[in-house]
Design a protein around this ligand. Structure first.
Ligand code: AMP
Length: 132
């Protein structure tokens, strides 16, 4: 069993696809833990994405992540970190495999509906970030 951190980003909430996304994880045998809507402040979003500070997309990413409520939650299951990333598809929806969440719902690399931790270390840090 492994825990990973996912966030339905503000575009996913605006598109009213929260239920569809959570269902995909549940249909694949995962448990959804502690989903709750929050509004990230600029400071919180900058801290969460601090590894991207200084990159050309950083400012737009922070504006986007603070543009409305988002829904962080923990996903628990077998090999969750890797399998959740597979279910999400590539960061850029144009490169995402068919039937992945981003291929089906995301508009662009900037507006790509969902986040998932990329390693065990990130998952630990990101779960602590939102849930203490
Ligand atoms: P992550 O890769 O999960 O740390 O998240 C970085 C986020 O920044 C991605 O999910 C994208 O929404 C956004 N982003 C925008 N442009 C890029 C880019 N060129 N490379 C990576 N991420 C990007």
């Amino acid at each position: 069993m492994q825990d990973t951190l996912s966030i339905i980003k503000p575009d996913g909430v605006r598109k009213k696809i929260v239920g569809k996304i959570l269902k995909r994880f549940e249909d694949n045998g995962f448990e959804i833990i502690n989903p709750r809507y929050i509004n990230l402040s600029k400071e919180e979003a900058s801290e969460f994405y601090n590894i991207h500070k200084g990159k050309p997309f950083f400012d737009d990413l922070i504006i986007f992540m603070t543009s409305g409520p988002c829904l962080p939650f923990i996903i628990r299951g077998e090999n969750a970190i890797l399998r959740v990333r597979e279910l999400m598809g590539s960061t850029d929806p144009d490169e995402a495999a068919p039937e992945t969440i981003r291929a089906d719902f995301a508009d662009s690399i900037d507006s790509n509906v969902i986040h998932g931790s990329d390693s065990e270390q990130s998952a630990k840090r990101e779960i602590r970030f939102f849930f203490g």
